[in-house]
Design a protein around this ligand. Structure first.
Ligand code: IMP
Length: 435
């Protein structure tokens, strides 16, 4: 059992490989709790060569005996949830008794997906590049105080009918020439509730009791800090708090319950969707990273934009989240490159910029300042000890740590659970009771 509750979250623009890190740490925890996002996330994990893609359910579900929680900060598309539950069942994993869905979570309904697509079309050239899963519109309804929560599906039918009717008429006003009928949707929503009923719980209460019993919980983030609605590259962000603040609001746990924060960062940078990416590469090098890193969206299959590691970004993430350590992933993707580059700051017309700016025009005009380091020809793939890494890879990691202001406690050298270095003298080793 772990010594504390920890949060694992993305330190860049998502797709850092959080799924694998959560999966390998899970045996040390009694429960894994997702605090925001929805089925826009895609966590790919490989277990004994078998590929699992999870969108809503924490990847902890692959470990028997671990309770997996979907918090109130998550927006739940019931159909997406059922699909995932059914797929897991086909792979021999029964979620019953181990999956809890917050009664306060808001639901994504089919019209949210339509509104997502419509809103993107209306933005034209300025589109966000969303996953078209209805995430933004569902959060809009939540903040607009007209959302439908999981507990509403299970409560008074008259009240639910009224809410569905009002939401559908609001939607019909937004979509010209559209006259969606509320009644079939109401029937569908009632059926959603009935299927979810066995999983629905007071998640905050469950977590409080679990922690008071001396068991530990892992808080799992989806997307990442630079996609956070408040701290990310707004408006090119998702609609939730992917950074540390989301843990408290998205699960109903107090800040003091968080004993440690682990940021997951790739040894380079990727982004899917629109918005600035200062270290973005083009041409052969970008293609090389995309192919060897298999940089295609786990949810949408879209090719990811690729670039060098940006220490300005990770320094910023370290500050926003209070990162105790980094789990550095996909180091092996850089194997065989003659040299590697590391961005340590930005150059702008008015001088150098060392802190991540709020104004996207500044960011778009910023030119990365790179340090060039020698690459390594012998592979890091599958290496499980830091001192067995090629000297140049060790040097790259040390420099990356200095520039980011956080140390790498975990280094992932391949997609399998075992292809991982956990540094013995690190804070993570302490959390896991290894030191
Ligand atoms: P939305 O979350 O579907 O509204 O998309 C908003 C932005 O977040 C888009 O740029 C998406 O590509 C990005 N995004 C959403 N989920 C993920 C994810 O799991 N990984 C990486 N990017 C994501």
């Amino acid at each position: 059992m772990s010594k504390t509750n920890i949060a694992v979250l993305g330190a860049q623009w998502g797709d850092e490989g959080k799924g694998k890190i959560v999966d390998m740490l899970t045996p040390h925890f009694a429960a894994v709790a997702r605090y925001q996002g929805g089925h826009n996330a895609g966590h790919t994990v490989y277990v004994q060569g078998k590929k699992f893609v999870l969108h809503l359910i924490p990847s902890g579900i692959l470990h028997p005996g671990v309770t997996c929680i979907i918090g109130n900060g998550v927006v739940v598309d019931p159909q997406a949830l059922f699909k995932e539950v059914d797929e897991l069942a086909r792979m021999g994993i029964d979620v019953n008794g181990r999956l809890l869905v917050s009664e306060k979570a808001h639901v994504i309904l089919p019209y949210h997906r339509e509104l997502d697509v419509l809103s993107e079309a209306r933005r034209g050239e300025r589109k966000i590049g969303t996953t078209s899963r209805g995430i933004g519109p569902a959060y809009e309804d939540k903040i607009g105080r007209r959302g439908i929560r999981v507990c509403d599906l299970l409560g008074d039918r008259e009240a639910l009918a009224q809410e569905v009717r009002e939401n559908v008429s609001a939607r019909n006003r937004m979509i010209i020439d559209s006259t969606l009928d509320w009644k079939p949707l109401f029937d569908q929503v009632v059926a959603f509730g009935e299927r979810m009923r066995p999983w629905v719980a007071d998640v905050s209460l469950f977590l409080d009791r679990t922690i008071k019993q001396g068991k530990n919980v892992m808080f799992e983030g989806a997307q990442a800090t630079l996609l956070d609605i408040d701290h990310g590259t707004y408006p090119f962000v998702t609609s939730s708090n992917a950074s540390i603040g989301g843990v408290c609001t998205g699960l109903g746990v107090p800040p003091k319950a968080i004993g440690g924060v682990l940021g997951v960062a790739k040894a380079y940078t990727t982004r899917v969707g629109e918005g600035p990416l200062p270290t973005e590469l083009s041409g052969e090098l970008s293609e090389r990273l995309r192919e060897s890193g298999q940089e295609y969206g786990a949810s949408t299959g879209r090719p990811r934009r690729c670039g060098w590691y940006d220490a300005v970004v990770v320094r910023y993430s370290a500050r926003i989240n209070g990162l105790d350590a980094i789990a550095l992933t996909k180091l092996d993707v850089l194997d065989g490159l003659p040299e590697v580059q590391l961005c340590t700051g930005y150059k702008t017309a008015s001088g150098s910029m060392m802190e991540f700016p709020a104004d996207l025009r500044l960011l778009a005009a910023a030119e990365p300042v790179y340090e060039t380091l020698p690459g390594w020809s012998s592979p890091t793939k599958g290496v499980t000890q830091f001192d067995k890494l090629p000297a140049e890879a060790q040097r790259y990691i040390r420099r990356l740590e200095e520039a980011s202001g956080v140390s790498c406690a975990i280094i992932s050298t391949g997609s399998d659970r075992d292809e991982t270095i956990v540094r013995g003298d690190s804070v993570v080793a302490g959390w896991l009771g290894r030191v």
